[in-house]
Write a protein that binds this ligand. Sequence first.
Ligand code: B12
Ligand code: SF4
Length: 446
Amino acid sequence: MKLLLIHPPSSEVYDKFKRKSIDRLPIGLAYIAAAAENTGWDVEVIDAEAEKLALPELVSRVNNRKPDAIGITCTTPLFPISSKIASLVKGENPDIVTILGGPHINALPSESLRDCADIDFVVFGEGEQTFAELLESISKGITKPAISGIGYRQGSKIILNSHRNLIRNIDSIPFPARHKFPLEKYHDPDRYNEPYTLMVSSRGCPYNCIFCGSSATWGRKVRFRSADNVLDEIDIVVNQHGIRNITFCDDTFTLGKKRVIDICSGIAERGYNLEFLCSSRINTIDENRLEALAKAGCKELSFGIESADEDILHILRKNIDLQKVIPIFEMVKRFGIRVHSSYILGNPGDTRETIEKTIEFAIESGTDAAQFSIMTPYPGTPLWNLARMEGALKSNEYSDYKWYYSVVANLSEVSDQELIDYQREAYNRFERAKQVKNYRETQVAE
Ligand code: B12
Ligand code: SF4
């Protein structure tokens, strides 16, 4: 049996907003590919984003390959295009089984089936075991599989099976099937070393920020891979794929001090000569971890700060101490590691004053790079529930859920247009301030 896995072309959604395309390994799909390979299905992948395929070209490629089933991964802004792919494929060949998975489906499984009649199955939650079982059922011709973690349609009724328990020991999960993906097409937007890949060393986050969609997939408990298991995967990516640069896309890579230090010491001892980026939090970093990270080749740490207003941070349940942010940034930089930090504009309760304060904070904080997003209530988050309760959801068009230059629900005290202007202005002001600072530094050096 033949399976085709698809990473949809997100540039169709993002190009309008002049965002760079996202040429990165779709790592969830790579895990799914590995799980599918173990079932004996013949697995192929089309990364339409990396290959810059427009929809007609993608669909004709699918038709040429004549798969028995296709699996598409999607976040919320990519749900419309993913559904469209399912419909176009079905339109040409109704026998192809269409399966959708990914963060949007994890949050809204039955709504996704309702929203697109051409999706045969949704897989929600941690996907590996569910997908492997579903493929087995499909190859046996079972039309109503009794498998937890799936949904499907029976006549006009939508059937949602029970939720699947998370895999207890995540060391047991097969490594992502990178050999199926066009690794040479993936680029690190910050242009550190290449070849470049993504890796995940833990699943989940114990925090509770109201805007975050992570728990819709992973719950509130973190499961860590052992340092040895992570190092085994690094061994493969370095020695088989020649990788020189990794982004660890854990929710918070620096959680669990001993494990972080063990992974970093392992990287340093093995002399991989790697560069890597990872995420942190103001309360999960210290000198010991920084020393280990720097020795192992960490070039950048990213921090979610979100707002420079204590009350707003409280509303967001961010649980960080604002007073510690600048001293921590300074400490990180002392170890030769760049700081990236992200901020949200248009939070519940945000006013012109709090937004100004946030932008000024980002400029003054010493962060090397900053991301300013417009508050977006992703399905399944407490923020989404709040926006719905307040009747504030303006758009049912999921391609608008992208943080950039569009306002899906405005719970702040400033207008939509002002938020969009503030986002542009925040980037401009941040860049201008950086240029001035760099200029001053070169003058002093000369
Ligand atoms: C790293 C990351 C990124 C990276 C790289 C993503 C990549 N190439 O994989 C970058 C920076 C590019 C990125 C971009 C965006 N991201 Co992001 N990202 C993450 C993050 C932190 C980790 C993703 C990850 O590694 N997951 C690990 C893998 C194993 O999990 P997974 O992809 O969910 O896959 C599992 C299941 O979902 C399922 N599955 C997935 N695909 C499929 C397909 C099939 C067929 C099946 C059966 C199952 C299945 O099985 C997988 C294995 O168990 C998550 C937070 C999180 N912890 O999930 C946010 C997250 C996924 N991102 C989010 C968002 C919003 C975005 C952006 C929209 C932001 C923006 N405005 O630009 C874009 C969208 C990009 C796109 N093309 O869709 C939201 C998604 C919410 C939602 N409902 O859509 C999350 C949850 C973060 C949040 N704070 O809410 N992201
Ligand atoms: S935003 Fe970061 S810290 Fe907050 S819950 Fe999500 S992953 Fe955890």
